[in-house]
Each structure stands twice: as C-alpha cells, then as structure tokens.
Design a protein around this ligand. Structure first.
Ligand code: TYD
Ligand code: MG
Length: 455
C-alpha cells in the first residue's frame, strides 16, 4: 500500500507546508496550521474525448441559459443560469443567501414551465422544518423543489445522479465534507476538495450548481482563494447593518460583466427587486445642507446616482483626521492635496470626514469631482444647488479628465429630475446625442468649483 501523504495547511490562506508551523509565512496568521491528507483529484473527463471541435460547430441550445424570473439576479449572473456553471454566493451570516437561492429556485421552475424538471436544495445548516418555515414566509410552495438535509458530498453526488435535478444548491460549502479526508468540515482541504467534486459533477452532467459560502471576518469567502478560481462565477451578497437593502455583486463572472450589481430590499415576505436604485439612495425632498452633492456613478453597466457628504471641521489634535466611509481614503487624501496645492485652500488644520449616503461603496475615479465639491461646500459652508449633479476624474495638476459612459450618467440624472450636469469638458465634446438637461463642461478644478459652489 502506498504511503498516504500528509501536509499542513493554513486555515486562513491555504498556504501548505510539509511540517507544522506556528506562524504562516504567507498571511502571518498564528496557530492556523492543521494536518490535511492529500487525495489526488481525479482528472475531468469530457464528452468530446480528445478531438478538437471547430468553434462554428459547437451548438448552443436555448436551455443552456435560463432566466431565474428575478431580473436583478439574471443581470448579475450575465443573463440567467447557464448549464454546467458553478456559482459561488458568499456573504455574512443572516444577509439572505438562503433566502435568495430559495426564491431563485421558485422563479426558475415557474418561468421555465413544467418541463423544467425538479430542483434540489441541499442544506447542511438547517433542518427540513426550518426550510419549510422559511418557504412559508416567502410564500413558496412548489412540489418540484426537493429538499435534502445532508452533509456528505459523496451521498449528495450519488443522489443527484439518481434524481437528475435541473439545478443543485449546496447550502453551505463549509458544512459539507468528503469521507476520504480526515479533516473537519469547513477546513481548507475539505472546502477545496468538496468544491472540486461538485465542479466535476457540474461539468460532466451540465448541471448548474450554486454553492453558498460563508465570509470570514476579513470579508473573504472562508476557505482558500483557489475556491474562487475554480468556480465560474463569484457573487457577493452585501448589506449594511441597519439598512434593509441588499446588494448582490459579481466579482468574477465567466458569462457576463463583473462589477454588475443587483439591488434588493429585504422585506417581510423575502427579497424584492429594486429596479430603480437611484431613487432608493437619493432623498430629493429633504432640505439641502452644505457639504452634500449628488454624483452620477456607474456600477457594472448601470448608472446610479448617489449622495456624497463631507464634514470639514477644525481639528482638536495635532494631526488632522481623514476618514472616508464608502470611498477610497487614499484617493480622498490625494484630492485634498490637489485642493491645497492647486486650489490654494488651507485644510491642514481640519478634520475631514467623507460619507456615501446609504452605506454604498463606490470606488470609481468619476467620484473625484464630487469629493472635492463636498469638501469645499462644507469648508466654506456653501449649499450646492440640489438640481445639479456632477461627475469627473481629477488629475494631479487639477485638470478634470473624461470618464466613461457619460451619456448613461446624464440620462439617469434627467430621469430623476436633475436640471444640470457638471461634467468634464472632453466628455461634453464627445456626446453623441443631444442631452435632455443643461450640461456644463469644466476643464479644471478652479472652473468646476466656480460653477458648482460659487454660482
Ligand atoms: P437567510 O437567508 O437565512 O440568511 P443567510 O442564509 O445568508 O444566513 O436570511 C435571514 C435573515 O433574513 C433573517 O435575519 C431574517 C431576514 N428575513 C426577512 O427579513 N424576511 C424574510 O422573508 C426572510 C425569509 C428572512
Ligand atoms: Mg443560510
């Protein structure tokens, strides 16, 4: 009998070593190594054998991509559920992962008629009664959704081969295990090998598989990063505590654009789609104060209007504080430096706080113009007209640079009722269609601030 190979693996980052280590040389975590057995992953057998097929001869059937009946989810998935795709859904506990997959199964079966077969929902976390209670709350009572409470991957796979569902959900990957591996469920080795087996199943039988994964304190899906590499699509389900809306974000997608987001509202009876998120994040009725501006940003392929706020106050300590929530703080520091050097403002004795209203996180250069306008507005106590929206990237010498998809941003603004957009002048020159609202092109921060704050 061949000797079984053992390795030690860091449970935080997946780094492996031949002997036990107290501190991981890769991620620096202490006491994170546990013993894992290596099993040789069986190579994937494909139906085409070893002959290459001409690209023009590959047929795509209509059933290869099915709608889930939930528009926001379809867009994030890149059009619908693709056969043989492995999708990983990650998120904090209680964010609504189990809810969205259950609603998805119901929508999928209802939208694709009686011939869409059955869906299998495997839960290693909840009992059948708990799942029934949730589905009652969601108003889902579909006999074609089969529920299985099981944690052994080998059993799940043989059961799938027996009942041949059209879609499989595994909730969650941290609770399932392979019998061949001695380590506990949730360990790096188990998570990786279980996902690999499920991926093989998906590719061989063309079954779409959704894997639910937990997120660690640092915000990554628990388990090794390789998990994100082997699956086709990685979706993160996010939301802020205290807000009922949820954002589903594609961070990797082999079938569509990443950065795509879907917005939902968690209500009494489950998740509801928000088809016009700009209205959700803007409060146009309240009285406008200084230090607030609306920025048109792009998330994936969709424009989104968000309110940005700044508070500039005298610092009580030697070193001024610079805090940003929902923005890249390095970018904020850079813009403050531009304001001081090029704009001639003195902010060295001021604390500056920046916040994106609604708990959104926006990392996009087009936000720059919004950031400097709010800082100036708060610092000088000037109220920015609430009918103005802005966007534009700022260069280190204070020039305003063009951004992508200017037309879509302007259109969204016009839809919500804005009267004027302040945009980079180079974008203005390139506009194809005649804009529905007044457009002002600006070349540098001096011109922009004059128009936004001092007009
Ligand atoms: P759940 O899907 O169990 O989260 P996860 O699987 O990500 O851990 O969602 C649980 C939360 O959602 C719980 O805090 C209650 C809330 N919820 C609603 O507000 N309305 C509903 O209809 C349902 C089913 C859940
Ligand atoms: Mg759950």
């Amino acid at each position: 009998m061949s000797k079984q190979k053992l390795i030690y693996q860091c449970q935080t980052c997946g780094h492996s070593a031949s002997k036990w280590l107290g501190k991981c040389p890769d991620c620096g975590a202490w006491n994170s190594f546990i013993e894992e057995k290596i099993i040789a992953s069986k190579p994937l057998k494909t139906g085409t054998g070893s002959t290459a097929v001409s690209l023009t001869d590959i047929q795509i059937n209509k059933e290869d991509s099915r709608t889930t009946g939930i528009g926001e989810l379809d867009r994030v998935l890149g059009g619908g559920i693709v056969s043989g795709a492995v999708v990983l859904i990650g998120g904090d506990p209680g964010i609504g992962k189990s809810t969205i997959v259950l609603q998805m199964l119901d929508g999928l079966l209802r939208n694709n008629g009686d011939d869409s077969g059955i869906a299998l929902y495997v839960s290693g976390e909840e009992s059948l009664k708990q799942i029934k209670l949730r589905s009652q709350r969601l108003g889902i009572n579909n006999y074609r959704i089969k529920v299985l409470s099981e944690t052994c991957v080998d059993t799940i796979i043989s059961y799938v081969k027996e009942i041949k569902p059209t879609v499989l959900i595994v909730d969650s990957i941290q609770t399932v295990f392979l019998q061949d591996l001695p380590s506990a469920p949730g360990s790096v080795g188990q998570v990786r090998e279980s996902s690999y087996q499920l991926m093989q199943l998906a590719k061989q039988t063309h079954l779409p598989v959704f894997i639910v994964g937990h997120v660690t304190k640092e915000g990554a899906i628990a388990g090794p990063r390789v998990l994100e590499h082997i699956v086709d699509t990685v979706l993160y389900f996010e939301g802020e505590r205290g807000y009922s809306y949820r954002i589903l974000r594609a961070v990797k997608n082999r079938f569509g654009s990443t950065n795509e987001i879907g917005v939902f509202d968690m209500r009494e009876k489950g998740l509801c789609e928000i088809t016009n998120p700009s209205e959700l994040f803007l409060d146009q009725n309240s009285e406008r104060m200084s230090g607030t501006v609306v920025v048109a940003t792009i998330e994936g392929t969709r424009p989104l209007l968000v309110e940005l706020q700044a508070l500039v106050s005298r610092t009580s300590f030697g070193i001024p504080r610079r805090t940003g929530i929902g923005v890249d703080i390095n970018r904020v520091n850079l813009l403050i430096a531009v304001l001081e050097k090029i704009g001639g403002m003195h902010l060295g004795d001021c604390d500056i706080f920046i916040n994106v209203v609604g708990g959104l996180k926006i990392i996009e250069p087009a936000f720059d113009l919004g950031i400097i306008s709010t800082i100036v507005s708060s610092h000088k106590n000037i109220i920015i007209n609430k009918e103005i929206l802005v966007f534009g990237e700022i260069g280190l010498s204070g020039e305003i640079r063009a951004v992508s998809q200017a037309e879509a941003r302007i259109k969204e603004g016009a839809k919500i009722g804005f009267k004027e957009a302040i945009i980079p002048v180079s974008n203005l020159n390139r506009l194809n269609s005649k804009p529905e609202i007044k457009i002002t092109g600006v070349k540098n921060i001096e011109e922009a601030l004059k128009r936004i704050c001092y007009s």
